[in-house]
Design a protein around this ligand. Structure first.
Ligand code: FAD
Ligand code: DHB
Length: 394
């Protein structure tokens, strides 16, 4: 058994864990990242693609946004499709110039890993059997196996950034946590396609056949989603069927959807989860380990970044002055944003999807809301403020 000592043990090399490692590194705090997958796997995993203004600003501030600025696509508006037409929400005009940037999550992850390793920050990939112990003590221990051998990482604090299926949340006694959950009666089938996007800005479309979203990754690669049943079998969706649905749901007169080879296809269920509190003893949960939001608001990654920003500030203040206020207040600080984002993501999901069992009344309510967003600048501004992301509260 080998023993290693550090200040902060970070479980998980997703956006939350990696951004945290950089924030701590900048504050002169030692951290070790433990990740159960391989580097190749986490760098190829296709997930989110919309970065809020605040996320981009934070990566900029850390000196990690070079490629993001070269290759990312800045969007100043977003399109809502319904009733065979499209309405543009001018995001930047409504939010004092804020914008979103399209840059794949796996590209963010690649940039963060490369920079962290280049700075000599340890990331241990392919660890197994991670266990957290001594969370109520002043020196927790993370036990794990790597390369066939047993290891112990002794630390002051553990950051649980290991997503919704990780070990961190499970290490908190169930009686110490309240879990708020909601399942949505739909999922998204997403494709990545080798074809120039047929739109300059994202299209979120409500249609009687179900929701569709046209997003993009680059001038040559499109990312598209359609609403399907939560138990849908991917095998029932050959590429042609996916394109047929996309064409039908995104249709407006005089517009054609360009098709191309499908590079990746997967189904993601929609659910909401929030655990309260987001901390237990010396363990602090961040990102998907603490909460999941349905993807309609494009918030999961951004919320993870907001959490670790707050956590890094609390940790840095504690090491600098011994003041525990930032750490003690971590949960309260995060949950305010988390529940705002849950509400926004849930409203967007309900507004844009076709709910099983929905009747003409529901249909008319949704139309009335969409019509109101088109007519009222205040309603459009509310959507825009939430979509580009709320500024960080310091
Ligand atoms: P993750 O990115 O999940 O990172 C957690 C890391 O911990 C992973 O690398 C994992 O391998 C590692 N890990 C897990 N268990 C252990 C362990 N025991 N020990 C060590 N390491 C461990 N959001 C959107 O906004 N739009 C989308 O289209 C979208 N699509 C998604 C599709 C899928 C399939 C999933 C799962 C999520 C999607 N999300 C989407 C959500 C978004 O990607 C997440 O909110 C974001 O990844 C959160 O970052 P994170 O760092 O908290 O967690
Ligand atoms: C993408 C994902 C989202 O969840 C969303 O709301 C918009 C775009 C994307 O993967 O590009």
């Amino acid at each position: 058994m080998s023993r290693l000592d550090t200040q902060v043990a970070i479980i998980g090399a997703g956006p939350a864990g990696l951004v945290l490692s950089h924030l701590l590194g900048r504050a002169g705090i030692e951290a070790v990242v433990l990740e159960d997958r391989s580097r190749e796997y986490v760098e190829q995993r296709v997930r989110a693609g919309v970065l809020e203004q605040g996320t981009v600003d934070l990566l900029d501030d850390l000196g990690l946004a070079g490629r993001l600025h070269r290759e990312g696509l800045v969007h100043r508006g977003v399109l809502l499709g319904f009733d065979g037409r499209r309405h543009r929400i001018p995001l930047s005009d409504l939010t004092g110039g804020r914008a979103i940037t399209i840059y794949g999550q796996q590209e963010v992850v690649k940039d963060l890993i490369a920079a962290r390793l280049a700075a000599g920050g340890p990331i241990q990939f392919e660890v197994e059997d991670v266990e957290l112990a001594g969370l109520d003590s002043t020196r927790p221990v993370v036990r794990y196996r790597a390369g066939g051998a047993a290891h112990e990482l002794h630390c002051d604090l553990v950051a649980g950034c290991d997503g919704s299926h990780g070990v961190s949340r499970r290490s908190i006694p169930p009686a110490a946590l309240t879990v708020y959950e909601r399942e949505f009666p739909f999922a998204w089938l997403g494709i990545l396609a080798q074809v120039a996007p047929s739109t300059d800005e994202l299209i979120y479309a409500r249609h009687e056949r179900g929701f569709a979203l046209h997003s993009l990754r680059s001038p040559e690669v499109s990312r598209l989603y359609i609403q399907v049943a939560p138990d849908e079998d991917l095998a029932a969706w050959p590429d042609d069927r996916v394109w047929d649905e996309l064409r039908a749901r995104l249709a407006v007169d005089g517009w054609t959807l360009a098709e191309g080879p499908v590079l990746e296809k997967s189904i993601a269920v929609h659910r909401s989860v929030v655990v309260e509190p987001m901390q237990h003893g010396r363990l602090f949960l961040a990102g998907d380990a603490a909460h999941i939001v349905p993807p309609t608001g494009a918030k999961g990654l951004n919320l993870a970044v907001a959490d670790v920003r707050a956590l890094a500030q609390g940790i840095a203040a504690w090491y600098r002055t011994g003041d525990t206020a930032g750490l003690d207040g971590y949960t309260a600080r995060c949950l305010r944003r988390v529940w705002r984002v849950q509400e926004f993501s849930t409203s967007m999901s309900t507004l844009l999807h076709r709910l099983p069992g929905a009747d003409g009344f529901d249909e008319r309510l949704a139309r009335a809301e969409l019509d109101w967003i088109c007519r009222s600048e205040a309603a459009a501004r509310s959507l825009a403020e939430n979509y580009v992301g709320l500024p960080f509260d310091d």
